[in-house]
Design a protein around this ligand. Structure first.
Ligand SMILES: [Zn+2]
Length: 328
């Protein structure tokens, strides 16, 4: 089947809603505990019978003079990885074979959500905000890292999907009260001019429109941190390139797609890419740039801690190398 036979947009939005709604119900109980817990490791939850968490929900990496921290927003149950994360209808067997080859579970698995915090030049820049509501664990995990939401200087949004903007508000108020909010101009205008915007857009983009600074493509967020056009997942999707001390990191957002299928298989697209063919082309370009430049990379839906490097397996085919864990 050609790529034009992808599921039409409304169904894709339903998929996205499903990704967040399912997680909300199942994650609510341990979350209530996490949100009121002090900034301590999660082991006490295990003793009380709640879901035990492996690690503290954040991971710091020094890159040049900046610190990049991936901060988990938690996970949501995912019954089947395919076809959502490799949606080409005529390539399902090929994708399933890759999952099996790498021993990546194809069913009864989870979606990951990994916002990124950059600390550079005395500023704290948060890139994407997770799902918010009952399922969002970003703020609890920021606090575990010792970071209060009102100390965030800038929030940059890669694109307007609910799992990236949902954490911008908490009970109708801005979560990051002192932050300058930023997003690409075209991406913002696409979402806020919808005839029937969804609740996430109403609450977090339209409701906060006076807080947003709208950026041109390629514009600087702060010195050393630039937006990079990565269209396809949404038309105005922008990733972030951060540079310090001769090193660079590309924070992909959803231009990363799936950490295995999108990288290995040229032309693969994700079920909720707005334009699958364009998203696949963009991924090829950005993966090549990251590989050739030996950049650090983070992917929003990559498995936590969602940071590492890329290497080329063959022309058009890449592999994600998760970072070698460091303890400082
Ligand atoms: Zn996403």
């Amino acid at each position: 089947m050609p790529q034009d036979d992808r599921t039409p947009r409304p169904a894709r939005r339903d998929t996205l809603r499903f990704l967040t709604a399912t997680g909300a119900a199942l994650a609510a109980a341990p979350l209530a505990r996490a949100q009121t817990a002090p900034a301590t490791p999660a082991t006490p939850a295990a003793a009380s019978g709640a879901m035990a968490m492996n690690g503290s929900g954040f991971y710091r990496q020094k890159i040049g003079d900046m610190t990049l921290t991936t901060v988990s927003d938690g996970t949501a149950p995912l019954a089947a990885l395919l076809p959502t994360w490799g949606a080409n209808p005529d390539r399902q067997a090929e994708f399933a074979a890759t999952l099996a080859e790498y021993s990546v579970p194809a069913t009864n698995t989870v979606n990951h959500f990994n916002p990124v915090l950059l600390e550079i030049g005395g500023k704290r820049i948060l890139i994407d905000t997770g799902r918010g509501g009952a399922s969002g664990q970003l703020v609890a995990n920021l606090r575990r890292a010792g970071i209060e939401p009102d100390t965030i200087s800038v929030v940059f949004i890669t694109h307007g999907h609910g799992d990236h903007i949902g954490g911008l508000t908490t009970n109708g108020k801005p979560t990051f009260a002192n932050a300058q909010h930023m997003i690409n101009e075209a991406e913002f205008n696409f979402w806020v001019t919808q005839a029937n915007p969804n609740d996430a857009v109403k609450n977090n983009l339209i409701g906060l429109k006076d807080k947003f600074k709208l950026l041109k493509s390629g514009e600087e967020i702060v010195p050393g941190v630039l937006t990079v056009a990565t269209p396809g997942h949404t038309a105005g999707h922008h990733s972030v390139l951060a540079q310090s001390g001769g090193q660079s990191a590309l924070i992909l957002g959803d231009a990363g797609g799936h950490f295995l299928i999108s990288l290995k298989h040229e032309g693969a697209y994700v079920g909720f890419d707005t334009d699958g063919a364009q998203a696949a082309r963009t991924r090829q370009e950005i993966f090549a740039r990251i590989t050739d430049g030996k950049l650090w990379v983070t992917g929003y839906h990559f498995p936590f801690p969602a940071i590492g490097h890329l290497r080329r397996l063959a022309p058009g085919s890449f592999e994600y190398e998760p970072t070698v864990w460091n303890w400082s």
